[in-house]
Design a protein around this ligand. Structure first.
Ligand SMILES: *Cc1c(COP(=O)(O)O)cnc(C)c1O
Length: 462
């Protein structure tokens, strides 16, 4: 008996909805590990077809033990948001509609949703309304696109067409970044043909933000010429933001291009209580940001904004005779690395429509308050907070092997966190980025962390 597609999609939606409803009480780490999941999935390719509903049942059975509750309220590893209800439903629709968001001739609704969502985000983050936006897979792609636009602009200014002639024989480009930059900046520079060794690093202050006096020193210490400077909003360990306005003024005096990696930290701009951390954001030339982190849009979703749309398009666009609309329309895939891509704008539009300006401000503010409360409860329990908790990130010293404690906490199941190295020390690392996290979740998690840490200390001593 074959079921209709309607029944099949109902089944998938019901399964997903029951999973979501169970998140607040589900063990956070996956119940089974990768080896177990490999055993569950590994099989010879079947010779003959299987009815779709059996396929879906089989998938759920095989995958379920290996599903991590990172969409839930007590996942504090990496920087991972949940999925707001409207955004989750909109993404399911996007899959059903199956639009190819190449351009507005092919997918008018997908492009229009992106355009309105982009206008809203620029307004919320304080990015100039005239900036162009590419809807990308995440901040890694956004940083690559932003730095690609930077590469075009600084070389065009020096009389070199990098899209035509490449980097071999091109004028030398200086690329400067903070010592606390995210690893995706390095990868973007490798992909763009600059290589890691081009990087000139600027030391950071005590909480991991770029020191502008050091930036002045690095910039003064070199030849004038094509210059790109990468700033950061939201240090993945401490949450610190580089002084973007001040640093941008300095870079512009040297004729350089400013790219801001603001994967999660740019959202500080949307909350009046944290907006001062990213003051001067409008002065930068390109910005990378994520939707799947702090905006709580399902994976994968991010944005690349460029202050000069013509530079953005010149560095990224492609056309061919058969691509209807590609010469007259500079939209959609003109601003990203991909060509065919899913309609990412629907879920972003839905998240912003659901929250409104106040809802976004509240989401950011709530996560920051939770992070501070986490720090207070852990401190009261004898732990030491190592960073200045300026945003949603907390670094914790529990006076025990951080990797062993993090692994034991994940195993215990109440919450999920990882360990990191900060200034030479291994520490527990907490990121509060989920819209559904409550004060009770923070207290319950802090209690579990303190209890597990004590056990690990006792085991080590014994
Ligand atoms: C997460 C993150 C990235 C990479 O973003 P993806 O969404 O994983 O591509 C880049 N920079 C910073 C500061 C980040 O936090």
């Amino acid at each position: 008996m074959t079921e209709s597609l309607t029944e099949l999609l109902h089944k998938a939606a019901t399964t997903a909805a029951e999973f979501r409803a169970g998140l607040p009480e589900r063990r956070v780490a996956a119940a089974a590990d990768l080896d177990a999941l490999r055993s569950a999935f590994t099989a010879p390719l079947p010779d003959s077809p299987t009815p779709p509903s059996e396929v879906v049942d089989e998938l759920v059975r095989a995958a379920e033990p290996g599903i991590t509750a990172n969409a839930g309220p007590r996942f504090f590893g990496f920087v991972i948001g949940g999925g707001l209800p409207a955004a989750t439903a909109a993404d399911m629709l996007a899959i059903g509609w199956d639009q190819c968001a190449f351009n507005g001739v092919l997918a008018p609704a997908a492009i229009a949703a992106e355009e309105t969502a982009a206008a809203w985000i620029k307004h919320l983050l304080g990015i100039p309304a005239t900036a162009s936006a590419g809807f990308v897979t995440g901040a890694q792609e956004a940083n690559t696109v932003g730095l690609g636009a930077a590469r075009h602009h600084v070389l065009a200014t020096a009389g070199w067409d990098v899209e035509r002639d490449g980097l071999i024989g091109a004028p030398r480009v200086r690329v400067v970044a903070g010592e606390e930059r995210h690893a995706t900046i390095d990868r973007a520079l490798r992909v763009l043909g600059f290589g890691d060794s081009v990087l000139e690093l600027v030391p950071a202050d005590g909480n991991g933000a770029m020191d502008v006096a050091q930036l002045e020193r690095v910039l003064a210490d070199g030849e004038p010429g094509p210059l790109i400077v990468c700033l950061q909003a939201g240090n993945v360990n401490t949450g610190a933001c580089d002084p973007i306005g001040e640093a941008s003024d300095i870079v512009h005096r040297h004729g350089g291009w400013v790219h801001v990696d603001g994967a999660f930290g740019l959202w500080a701009a949307a909350n009046p209580r944290t907006a001062h951390m990213v003051e001067g954001i409008e002065k930068a030339d390109s910005w990378g940001c994520d939707a799947h982190k702090w905006l709580n849009v399902p994976y994968d979703s991010g944005f690349a904004f460029v202050s000069r749309p013509e530079v953005h398009a010149a560095s990224m666009s492609h056309s061919a005779a058969y691509l209807t609309g590609s010469t007259e329309q500079v939209t959609g895939s003109s601003f990203v690395l991909g060509s065919s891509r899913r309609g990412r704008g629907f879920a972003v539009w839905a998240a912003l429509r659901e929250l409104g300006r106040e809802g976004v401000a509240d989401l950011v503010d709530r996560c920051c308050r939770h992070a501070r409360h986490f720090a207070e409860v852990l401190t009261a329990g004898g732990a030491r907070i190592v960073n200045d908790v300026v945003l949603n990130q907390v670094l914790v010293d529990v006076n025990a092997d951080a990797d062993a404690v993090a692994a034991a906490v994940r195993e215990e199941g109440t919450c999920w966190l990882g360990a990191t190295t900060w200034r030479g020390q291994r520490l527990l690392r907490i990121s509060v980025s989920n819209y559904a996290t409550t004060t009770a979740d923070i207290e319950r998690s802090a209690e579990a962390i303190l209890r597990v840490a004590e056990r690990v200390r006792a085991e080590t001593a014994g």
